[in-house]
Design a protein around this ligand. Sequence first.
Ligand code: FES
Length: 133
Amino acid sequence: MNRRSFLCLGAAFAAGCATPGGMNLASGAPERVVNAGPAAQYLADGVYARYRDLGFFIVRRGANLFALSAICTHRHCQLNAEANRTFSCPCHGSTFDPDGRVTEGPARRNLPVFALFTDEKGDLLVKICATPG
Ligand code: FES
């Protein structure tokens, strides 16, 4: 686990959505891990939205690679990734900066950051949990 992954996991715990045993505190459901394919396909800066329907975006910014929830923290609508690398909610207009911080409500909670791992084959694994309600 690299420093960023540790921080991501810490953020997930801080968001109240995960426990060390892998249970989701918000719903009681287990966490899930999604294989996002070879990590080498995320080398260019940008927001990768191909897993939006599974609940997350992968973001590359320089040496940093992280996964952000694609679910609005207001009432759980699916977010859109904008050309300027921010995120917007089509339901009630909340917006989030490129790090997932709220820039306009009604959402008040930042987007959870999910832990990333690389397996022995070099695939990127994203450990996701539900956005706390
Ligand atoms: S669900 Fe996103 S602003 Fe309400």
